[in-house]
Design a protein around this ligand. Structure first.
Ligand SMILES: Nc1nc2c(ncn2[C@@H]2O[C@H](COP(=O)(O)OP(=O)(O)O)[C@@H](O)[C@H]2O)c(=O)[nH]1
Ligand SMILES: Nc1ncnc2c1ncn2[C@@H]1O[C@H](COP(=O)(O)OP(=O)(O)O)[C@@H](O)[C@H]1O
Length: 401
């Protein structure tokens, strides 16, 4: 709460300013939803990130919300458009990977946090261009074949999937590379990073600490790929109750004898480790089958058959590996001079650029009908098309993807 600058109160009381910058030149926008007006923009204390304050007209008070997610850095201004449960922010003059942001104001995640904290909550997430499917969480006992199935998937569809590289305190195996298979970490360092909120989930498994950092998932999302997480049942449970919308798959062995054989034949663990993993396996299988965490259970008896079933679950049966996405789909330059309007689930951006001889206009359509999964920090499923360019009254139709 606090004193509102005079011009803001004045502006808020006199006219609805949805999506338009306030007159003061401080690069703020206001968006009114019910009794609440979200004032989004640079703070008056010189903060470098975009700040949010809420004016609650039913109380006649300013509210300082709890803000989740990484705040976007200030730019030369922005436009704001309200979409059902979040506000789309289009930053002016920002780099192509930093211009589309969402302020979640009424998503399921935000509502849950508000209930828990009893305060006003908003959450930032960055927009990711491209219709990438939900992340895939794969769990199962040690030695069941998770890593093998994931490697097959990544080999056949390298442009489609990206692996979430976990942190672990266990020692690397012979062929494992730091930063590729795991981020091998000291326990004290990892514990400090967990305390600092850098992890989406973590668990103690077979006597070591394992965890998925928020960054590990974001790196894959930013590359426009579908994220695969190989995590244990405890981790899957944490992700299930997080804001990451994923598909959860549990892999079962055909029998405990076969599981033991695979673990021994792999030859990567000491006898003590093998026994520990086998002891834990029974409980993991029990939980995997009975808990409501998993959407699908796969039996990995014959490897090829199991892989085909996995592909089917992921909608990839009979699918020819997709070519890498063209750069055009992910590149999008929003000029300083533009206006924004909304028609149903389509945001129409009218970009005006003045050349030496004539002024030309470009119309870009941003499709927000299939937004997926908010936090941690990313909203996927944005698609954009150039729907027209007219300098001499000529409108051309061109799809960028
Ligand atoms: N919760 C959680 N579990 C993980 C993570 N990374 C790996 N695990 C799980 O830790 C367990 C042991 O993994 P690992 O040491 O690679 O042995 P392996 O399963 O025998 O190959 C497996 O069940 C993994 O799924 C993580 O980031 N978080
Ligand atoms: N369906 C299968 N039949 C026989 N061996 C398998 C099968 N799937 C995996 N394996 C082998 O079992 C061992 C354990 O597999 P791995 O992928 O490392 O398991 P996880 O990642 O679940 O610990 C590996 O040596 C792998 O080659």
């Amino acid at each position: 709460m606090g004193e509102a600058p005079a011009f803001l109160v004045d502006d808020l009381q006199n006219e609805p300013l949805n999506g338009f910058e306030l007159k003061s030149g401080t690069c703020k926008t206001t968006t009114t939803i019910g009794d609440k007006t979200y004032v989004i923009g640079g703070a008056d204390d010189g903060t470098l990130s975009i700040e949010v304050r809420i004016f609650d007209s039913s109380l006649g008070e300013w509210v300082q919300p709890t803000v989740y997610g990484t705040k976007p850095l200030l730019s030369k201004g922005h436009s704001a458009v309200f979409l059902n449960d979040r506000i789309l922010i289009l930053k002016k003059g920002a780099k192509s990977d930093d211009q589309i942001w969402f302020l979640e104001v009424d998503t399921q995640y935000v509502r849950r946090q508000q209930k828990q904290l009893g305060t006003e909550v908003v959450a930032w997430s960055k927009g990711v261009i491209g219709n990438v499917e939900k992340p895939v969480v794969i769990s199962g006992p040690s030695g069941v074949g998770k890593g093998t199935l994931i490697s097959m998937l990544m080999k056949e569809f390298p442009a489609m999937f990206g692996f979430s590289v976990s942190h672990t305190t266990r020692a690397p195996r012979g062929t494992e590379k730091d930063g590729v298979h795991y981020h091998f970490t000291e326990k004290s360092v990892m514990e400090k990073e967990i305390e600092d909120g850098k992890f989406l989930e973590f668990a103690s498994v077979h006597g070591n600490l394992y965890g998925t950092s928020v960054e590990a998932v974001e790196v894959v999302a930013d590359a426009g790929k579908r994220c695969i997480l190989d995590i244990d049942v405890q981790g899957a449970r944490s992700v299930r109750s997080s804001s990451l919308e994923a598909i959860f798959i549990f892999v079962c062995p055909p029998s405990m004898e076969e599981l033991e054989k695979r673990l021994r034949d792999r030859g990567t663990e000491t006898e003590e480790q093998i026994l520990k993993r086998l002891r834990n396996a029974a409980a993991e299988i029990e939980q995997g089958k009975s808990s409501k965490i998993f959407d699908f259970i796969l039996y990995n008896d014959n490897l090829e058959e199991c892989y085909e079933k996995l592909k089917k679950l992921l909608g990839l049966s009979g699918c020819v590996a997709a070519p890498p996405k063209s750069a055009a789909l992910r590149e999008f330059n929003l000029p300083l001079d533009h206006s924004v309007s909304k028609i149903d689930d389509k945001i129409i951006i009218n970009c005006i650029s003045s050349g030496l001889e004539k002024e030309s206009k470009n119309l870009i359509m941003l499709d927000v009908s299939t937004l997926k999964g908010g936090a941690p920090g990313r909203t996927r499923g944005l698609d954009f098309q150039a729907i027209g360019s007219f300098s001499d009254g000529l409108i051309g139709m061109e799809k960028l993807s």
